[in-house]
Design a protein around this ligand. Structure first.
Ligand code: GRF
Length: 193
């Protein structure tokens, strides 16, 4: 099975996933797609010897190049790991139930446009939540509204800062995302040859 990872930021999840499958004989990370030429994930990809493809908004949304490229590469699963742009409708239609995302909160709470990165943890602390966590879900055309696949929880104490929550949530991401990706891959029907 062939994976493409989309990332816009530091890429710690992308690296954890690459490490998880490093010794696999039937799963490979074929490429990393990014929209940010300064993203830390690019340095990680270089170290991991994974090709990186950079897209600007126009190419990503005005052409079907990304869809054709992923089909040409026979990608089985698209894994979003901190990718800041909404999926183009054409890509979602070409990869039904073959795009997954991780959100650093317990959807449906603290989701939707603008709810990403540190803003999520600030909102959780401001709301005085007693827990937070991660949600891994299938991706459709709307932010964070695809079918849920997996959730993990962590406690939030009254003295926790957003950074404290971010640290606990990121630990859950690194602990669970690679394994959940493997579980989704195991359930995928083989793509037409
Ligand atoms: C993580 O918080 C993830 O939940 C969110 O974006 C962040 C990616 O972090 N989707 P990294 O770039 O993988 O370190």
């Amino acid at each position: 099975k062939r994976i493409a990872i989309f990332a816009s930021g530091s890429g710690s999840n992308a690296e954890k996933i690459a490490d998880y499958f490093a010794s696999s004989t039937d799963v490979s990370i074929e490429l990393i797609v990014s929209n940010n030429p300064k993203a830390g994930v690019i340095d990680r990809a270089r170290r991991l010897h994974i090709p990186v493809l950079l897209f600007d908004r126009t190419t990503f949304y005005q052409t079907d190049r990304i869809t054709h490229l992923l089909q040409q590469q026979r990608i089985d699963l698209i894994v979003l790991a901190g990718f800041m742009w909404l999926m183009p409708a054409g890509l979602v239609q070409a990869f039904p139930d073959r795009i997954v995302n991780i959100h650093p909160a317990l959807l449906p709470k603290f989701g939707g446009k603008g709810m990403y990165g540190h803003f999520v943890h600030e909102a959780v602390v401001a709301a005085q939540e007693t827990e937070s966590g991660i949600t891994i879900h299938f991706v459709n055309e709307h932010y964070d509204e695809g079918a849920p696949i997996f959730q993990a929880h962590c406690p939030v104490t009254p003295t926790d800062t957003p950074d404290d929550v971010a640290r606990k949530v990121q630990a859950l991401e690194h602990d669970h995302y690679p394994r959940v990706v493997a579980e989704v891959l195991a359930t995928l029907p083989p793509r037409h040859p």
